[in-house]
Write a protein that binds this ligand. Structure first.
Ligand code: NAD
Length: 311
């Protein structure tokens, strides 16, 4: 028994994360993949991940690892995956033609109520839902890796997505303990990547002009801005850095404007600067050490998310 049925389309990295998040909250999860062997691998991996999380006392929710695992089943039939589901989360590779095909196939088997959400990082929902019968049920719910520890989910409706679908998606994200934000309309890059790209562009230009090394530009974030940003955003940071936002603007708006007017045009991340940035990064973290560094990062995020929970 569980709360309701969730269909997950694609059993890779993100499909597995969603499966664990929904099972932790007591939903029945049915996992679908086009490759039967990939489903087998996913189930073995999910059991292993849940067991290890339980051993480390990091398991989410109130159910045991065994109970959570028993809520997850798998199928090689798309129709079975979607039948009676209240919510479907698509997690196939980031390729627009593939997304269009998968949503067309979903359109043929879904009822008139089930929400069809995509995990896409880069495609606005109108790109893959325009021609569907059930287009008003389609939405983007974009997670951030690793979703088990980074709770943000960007909810992005297409122009034809109903308000009920948007609200249902936000509510279900809150119910499973994620932190949803809702865009009022679709925009390229959603919110997280637009902000991330602004940071990347300025970092790029500072390295290009030889003002900072790659290691030092990263330190500006990890030892500076990032320390705050784990707890509050840029706007509340400003509010606190003066006697409220109005006072902050009176004090700093001219400086911010004139500094920002000195920004260079958006750089293309290619050519000699790309070679130089890569060279410095490869010295900091050689390519064969990427897996170890990712494990370190995930451990840091795990501990940070626990700190945030306990504060
Ligand atoms: P992945 O390659 O790990 O997994 C994709 C899975 O989809 C594979 O198991 C593959 O067999 C399966 N698949 C391929 N074609 C299929 C089809 N037609 N029907 C059903 N399953 C099919 O990819 P991922 O990293 O899990 O990414 C999935 C989605 O999530 C992408 O849209 C990606 O942009 C988005 N996303 C990824 C991250 C990340 O950091 N990896 C973060 C946020 C969002």
């Amino acid at each position: 028994t569980g709360k309701g049925k969730i269909g997950i389309i694609g059993s890779g990295l993100i499909g597995r994360s969603w499966s664990m998040l929904f099972a932790a909250a007591g939903y029945n999860v049915t996992l679908y993949d086009i490759l039967p062997e990939q489903i087998e691998t996913a189930l073995v991996d999910l059991k292993d991940q849940l067991t290890k999380l339980e051993q480390k006392k990091l398991l989410r929710g109130t159910l045991t690892a065994k109970q959570q695992y028993s809520l997850i089943t798998a199928t090689t039939s798309l129709a079975d995956c979607v039948k009676d589901a209240v919510y479907v989360q698509e997690c196939v590779p980031e390729n627009i033609e593939l997304k269009k095909t998968v949503f067309k196939n979903l359109d043929a088997v879904v009822d008139a109520k089930c929400v069809l959400a995509s995990s896409t990082s880069t495609f606005v929902p109108s790109l893959f839902s325009a021609d569907l019968v059930h287009k008003s049920q389609v939405i983007v719910a974009h997670p951030v890796n690793p979703p088990y520890y980074v709770p943000l989910v960007e909810i992005v409706p297409a122009p034809w997505t109903t308000a009920e679908v948007t609200e249902f998606t936000r509510n279900i994200m809150e119910d499973i303990g994620q932190a949803p934000v809702t865009l009022t309309k679709e925009i390229e890059g959603f919110a997280l990547n637009r902000i991330q790209y602004a940071i990347l562009n300025e970092s790029w230009n500072l390295v290009k002009d030889g003002i900072l090394s790659v290691a030092d530009i990263d330190k500006v974030m990890s030892a500076g801005l990032g320390m705050r940003y784990a707890f509050l955003g840029p706007l509340e940071t400003a509010h606190l850095n003066a006697e409220g936002m109005e006072n902050y603007c009176q004090r700093y708006s001219k400086t911010i404007y004139s500094t920002s007017m000195s920004f260079q045009p958006v750089p293309k991340m290619e050519g000699d600067v790309m070679k130089e940035v890569s060279r410095q990064l490869n010295e900091m973290t050689p390519l064969d050490q990427l897996p170890a560094r990712r494990a370190w990062r995930d451990n840091c995020l795990t501990q940070l998310s626990q700190l945030k929970r306990d504060l």
